[in-house]
Design a protein around this ligand. Structure first.
Ligand SMILES: N[C@@H](CCC(=O)N[C@@H](CS)C(=O)NCC(=O)O)C(=O)O
Length: 430
């Protein structure tokens, strides 16, 4: 069976993405200046799209409705939020335990250093495994805001594991006590609602309670995603890159074609996948955080320049070195998943909130833009697991050290452009 035949059942509609007509005219002729590492020598190439009135007004209505409601998170969140504000409006907080001290107090480098994940067991289909592959046994705790968690939801869907592994989604707000579950009253609110945004089934309030339930002495961060074993009431793993690998292979005996044959980490591409993951993780996936959480000008500039050099590299690869529509041409792999979750958040959040604004994707990176929109608009696993409300509200209203008033910018409008529409400046240049 050809790869395309294998992937095609996952696509919406009947046209596989690689066969869909590509509007190369507007994108192919762009003359984009190449990246210069010196900020001062950069020409102002970021083009602000003038919003189409349709998108503009629907977003305004959405935000106004939100403001008119009682606050999304109620009393408990307000308390949590205040706490957060008090703790984080300056960088002089010396309490190591403050959850939103992204840079360790006293660390003169100003660099965000991501902690390694703690729970690293594997579900396995091998006999006698500590965590055997079984249907209805494992649960994913995720946030729609979080790119790392988003990876696992995409893989779950691409592999057809929807009836085998359940999932639930936390509230988008992360306060001083970390992620929390929604209350029954909140689940239907405009800004909160989404597939499986539900209260915890046993009534937990915060994700940290789950971590403490398995280890009362736990000292790491209370991160999503969490792969949970319902039977043993244990955390199997909280490292998204490893969860992706498990979902890719270990449940294959429990699923049918065409999902069984979907291979996100194929043997013959492993070396290239590992290589791509390495620089993309450090410079792009984590690069946006290192830029946004930096507490010195030097740390910010170092990381944001490296991020944009890496985006230039990705642009070159997708525009010139591969015959699309995926990173490895005809084959959809975990590289597409891992890069997508950062790119889809780039214009709506990272450009302004994390100051990753040397360029944006929609006007500055035509090949990445085309690649991202193909995934989003043609493959339900990508679109259905992307929730722009959770994404925008989480970052802008949780990181009060970066955005003390928690005002969420309205733009860019829309969050993602339709497949064949360009920002006016790009259409004009084409
Ligand atoms: N290495 C982890 C990182 C996960 C992670 O950092 N998740 C963030 C959300 S985007 C989180 O839950 N942060 C909470 C915290 O650090 O307190 C993975 O890839 O699974």
């Amino acid at each position: 069976m050809s790869i395309r035949t294998r992937i095609s059942p996952l696509l919406r509609g009947t046209t596989p993405p690689s066969l869909a007509p590509l509007r190369t005219t507007t994108l192919g002729t762009l003359n984009r200046p190449s990246f210069s590492p010196s900020l001062s020598s950069l020409s102002p190439t970021v083009i602000i799209p003038s919003p189409h009135p349709r998108y503009f007004f629907s977003t305004i209505t959405k935000l106004t409705k939100m403001a008119a409601q009682d606050t999304p998170s109620g009393k408990e969140q307000k308390a949590d939020n205040n706490n957060n504000n008090n703790n984080n409006n300056n960088n002089n907080n010396n309490d190591d335990n403050v959850i939103t001290n992204w840079v360790k107090p006293g660390d003169k480098s100003g660099e965000f250093k991501r902690q390694s994940s703690t729970f690293r067991s594997f579900i396995s289909s091998s006999p006698g495994s500590e965590f055997p592959a079984e249907a209805n046994r494992y649960h994913l705790y995720v946030s729609y805001a979080c790119p790392w968690a988003n990876r696992t939801l995409i893989a779950r869907k691409l592999k057809g594991l929807e009836d085998i592994i359940s999932f639930s989604v936390v509230h988008w707000h992360m306060g001083a006590k970390g992620w929390r579950f929604v209350t029954a009253g909140e689940a239907d609110q405009e800004d909160v609602k989404g597939e499986n945004v539900v209260p915890h089934e046993e009534g937990l309030g915060y994700l940290r309670e789950l971590y403490f339930s398995v280890n009362p002495e736990y000292e790491g961060r209370f991160t999503v995603p969490v792969l949970w074993d319902r039977k043993q009431k244990r955390i199997v793993n909280n490292e998204s890159s490893e969860i992706l690998r498990m979902l890719n292979t270990e449940f294959n005996d429990l699923i049918d074609e065409p999902f069984k044959s979907v291979d996100l980490y194929p043997e013959d591409l492993r070396k290239e996948i590992d290589e791509a993951n390495e620089w993309q993780y450090d410079l792009i996936n984590n690069g946006v955080y290192k830029s946004g959480f930096a507490t010195t000008q030097e740390a910010y500039e170092r990381n944001v320049k490296a991020l944009f050099e890496a985006l230039d590299r990705a642009e070159k690869h997708l525009g010139e070195e591969t015959e699309g529509p995926y990173w490895f041409g005809e084959r959809l792999t975990e590289v597409d998943i891992r890069l997508f979750v950062t790119i889809v958040r780039f214009d709506p959040v990272y450009v302004q909130h994390f100051k990753c604004n040397i360029r944006d994707i929609r006007s500055g990176y035509p090949a990445i833009h085309k690649w991202m929109r193909n995934l989003y608009w043609n493959i339900p696993a990508f679109k259905d697991t992307t929730n722009f409300n959770h994404i925008k509200f989480h970052y802008t209203k949780s990181h009060t050290n970066i955005n003390p008033l928690s005002i969420t910018p309205v733009g860019p409008v829309p969050d993602i452009l339709p497949r064949w529409e360009e920002v006016p400046a790009v259409s004009f240049r084409g």
